[in-house]
Design a protein around this ligand. Structure first.
Ligand code: ATP
Length: 434
């Protein structure tokens, strides 16, 4: 839960997503409403339901990204699922309640990570003592331990090999199970099963002091966090803060296209309805009420229109926002202005090889122009095009970088032309590589 104001939320989102202000505003209000609801007295609080959002816009323009960043900001459990998944052969009748069960699993993972952060300091100290015992011996005197503690802090012991007993996180039967790791087809977790049956298994592992730190901190943090506390907090977090992102909702409309059975599509909407309206879903950790989970549905709505959704579903998605197609100008900004901009990423990656990369304005303009052109001539996949274009421009350098340590490379208009020019002039070629 965050107490950021809508304006602050939008400005956080601005760090990663260019434009799409309408959508940013809508999600920021949805998040603030959760905080407002928490301030209410218990009677009214239960009456206030989330105002779910319908995001309308073409592929690759930031719908998922906005929602995912919002969830991260709010430390909210998040899941993305394609509505069409439930119309696939083999999925018919697959219950949509699985969405909530998957959300619970995601929440448990997330809650554990967040709680680990919180207990890190304590875990850090405990881990340090375990390393000292491993180096100096269990029964070393206080003075000796203190001496080693100093050495440990100064990094002097980093390459010392030690043997440690740590929790065994490997699959106890060495079985490979397709799908989620550690999950049996029925949704039972092998780790849980064996953990309960045999108690926590441990293994002896040899490693350097430097390597041991991460392992031990995780191990110690887990000891401080018992499963029950984590699960309880995760369940609470799902009910109060959970966010479900339902993609391709337009594809389960009657008018989506000529193929497939309409019945199964509308069936999916009918199945989804109770989840969005508020129902109780049983999970292996207990019951989850979905009443206050925020649903963000999204789709391109090229063929079907929001009015083709079941009326009940339309009513449950009262906030409509449009996201617009991205332009060449947006691409320039996406390449340069965001915290995680691709130009920053490639520069940092090449710096690890001691190759200094700089981009000129003309170079960036050329990249944006090519991305926009390929989107136009082949298929508009939005900002995703920037990934393929950048990967291609850097293909040669990425491969040769280790031999070019110490060099400086300038990505200017010429560089882009040399590496992409030929490709962009051939639709046939760019269809495959860009
Ligand atoms: N407006 C934007 N600003 C910055 N980056 C963007 C923007 N739009 C998309 N991206 C980047 O493009 C990629 C794809 O975007 P995203 O996953 O949000 O697509 P989407 O709109 O949800 O499409 P789909 O419905 O097909 O999933 C992400 O990596 C995202 O960071």
């Amino acid at each position: 839960m965050t107490d950021l104001t809508p304006r602050e939320i939008v400005s956080e989102l601005d760090r990663f997503i260019i434009g799409q202000n309408e959508a940013k505003r809508a999600v920021s209000v949805a998040l603030r409403n959760r905080w407002r609801r928490k301030q209410l007295g218990p009677e009214l609080r239960d009456e206030v339901y989330p105002k779910n959002i319908l995001m309308i816009g073409p592929t690759g323009v930031g719908k998922t990204e906005i929602s995912r960043r919002l969830a991260k900001l709010a430390r909210a459990p998040f899941i993305k699922i394609e509505a069409t998944k439930f119309t696939e052969v083999g999925y018919v009748g697959r219950d949509v309640e699985q969405i909530i069960r998957d959300l619970v699993d995601a929440a448990i993972f997330q809650t554990r990570e967040l709680m680990r952060e919180d207990v890190k300091q304590r875990a850090h100290e405990a881990a340090q003592e375990r390393v000292i015992s491993a180096v100096a011996g269990e029964d070393a005197r206080a003075g000796t331990r203190e001496m080693f503690r100093k050495k440990l802090k100064s990094g002097e012991l980093d390459s010392t090999m030690i043997e440690l007993e740590v929790a065994d996180t490997s699959n106890p039967m060495g079985m490979e199970i397709p799908g989620q790791p550690g999950m049996m087809p029925g949704g039972m977790n092998l780790g849980d099963l064996f953990g309960k049956a045999f108690g926590q298994r441990t293994v002896k592992k040899r490693m350097t002091v430097a390597e041991s730190y991460g392992v031990l901190i995780a191990d110690e943090a887990d000891k401080l966090l018992d499963d029950e506390t984590v699960t309880k907090a995760a369940m609470e977090s799902v009910e109060q803060n959970g966010i479900v992102f339902l993609d391709e909702i337009d594809k389960v409309c009657r008018n989506a296209d000529a193929r497939g059975a309409d019945v199964s599509r509308e069936g999916v909407q009918r199945d989804l309805l109770p989840l969005i309206e508020g129902t109780t879903v049983s999970t292996k950790h207990g019951a989850i009420k979905t009443d206050h989970i925020l649903f963000i549905a999204s789709g391109a709505f090229h063929i079907a229109k929001p009015s083709d959704l079941l009326p009940e579903l339309q009513g449950r998605l009262p906030i409509r926002v449009n996201l617009r197609a991205l332009t060449e100008g947006d691409f320039v900004r996406i390449l340069t202005e965001t915290d995680n901009a691709l130009t920053r990423q490639y520069t940092a990656l090449m710096a690890t090889e001691e190759v200094t990369v700089t981009f000129t304005d003309e170079g960036i303009a050329a990249l944006a122009k090519i991305a926009a052109e390929v989107n136009e001539s082949i298929e508009n996949i939005g900002a995703r095009r920037l990934y393929t274009v950048m990967e291609r421009v850097f293909e040669e350098l990425s491969f040769n970088a280790p031999d070019r340590a110490g060099e400086a490379v300038t990505v200017d208009a010429d560089f882009v032309e040399t590496h992409l020019g030929e490709l962009t002039r051939s639709t046939d070629l760019s269809r495959y590589v860009l």
